[in-house]
Write a protein that binds this ligand. Structure first.
Ligand code: SAM
Length: 232
């Protein structure tokens, strides 16, 4: 077993959650951490630039996304070894949760750098706790695959798990995905959380097919979605 033997350098990596819709969810600790970090690694510098401007913070932003995370590692590790504080944020919610940052955290841990979470909003947990479904054991499975064949295999993989499942899905595919989930998992209880913490927040509860019927009756489905599926 690997024991944490304490940081070998004075720098630290802060993994910071930012709001998923409602800016009032940004804590005082997040604000002060962003204000004092030497570098803020973020998915999209324009997007995070707007958040910082809203907070009145002039941070040094550096892009870190799926296409450059590996390339950025050595520079960020050097910054951390030099004793600086690096803040890691994503466009919304908690970094690493279907967002960039895992490679950086893994390498920072391996290099003996202190890694500190600054917790806050995360869509999967927000959906889970409001779903009315058993909150644990639960498994967060990320985005369902876009194509039906792979999606059915994906749902089938979790069929015998006995856990509440938390799935990210896009509004364009949610109807087909609910159908695939029902086919592979059976008619389970579920909750569909839409636009959490935003103006049009809504949580639909029912069986997978009941939720599909409700959505099919609408002219369109819009917004960000988390599907929570009961164990059956
Ligand atoms: N790391 C983020 C987090 O911790 O919430 C998730 C990032 S992932 C790229 C984006 C997906 O999260 C969306 O497609 C949607 O499934 C879900 N999501 C994000 N914000 C949401 C919200 N306000 N309401 C419902 N789902 C949301």
């Amino acid at each position: 077993m690997e024991m944490e033997s304490g940081p070998k350098s004075a720098g630290k990596l802060l993994v910071i959650a930012t709001p998923i819709g409602n800016l009032d969810d940004l804590s005082a600790r997040v604000r002060s951490s962003l204000a004092t970090a030497d570098v803020i690694a973020c998915e999209d510098t324009r997007h995070s630039g707007r958040l910082l401007a809203h907070l009145g913070i002039e941070g040094r932003l550096l892009s870190l996304h799926e296409h450059n995370e590996r390339r950025r590692l050595s520079g960020l590790l050097a910054t951390l070894h030099a004793g600086k504080t690096v803040a890691l944020i994503s466009d919304a919610g908690t970094p690493l949760i279907s967002d960039p940052g895992f490679l950086l955290v893994r390498e920072a841990v391996a290099a003996g750098i202190r890694v500190e979470p600054i917790p806050g909003p995360s869509a999967p947990l927000a959906a889970l706790v409001a779903s009315g479904l058993p909150p644990y054991p639960f498994t967060f499975v990320g985005f369902a695959p876009p194509k039906s064949g792979k999606r059915r295999t994906f749902y089938r993989k979790w069929a015998g798990l006995g856990h509440t499942l938390v799935v990210f899905e896009s509004p364009h595919r949610i109807l087909a995905s609910l159908e695939d989930a029902a086919t592979e998992l059976g008619e389970r209880p579920a909750a569909l959380a839409r636009e959490l913490t935003k103006l049009h927040e809504e949580i639909l509860r029912g069986t997978l097919r009941e939720i599909a019927v409700e959505l099919a009756a609408r002219p369109s489905v819009k917004g960000e979605l988390v599907l929570v599926i009961g164990a059956g």
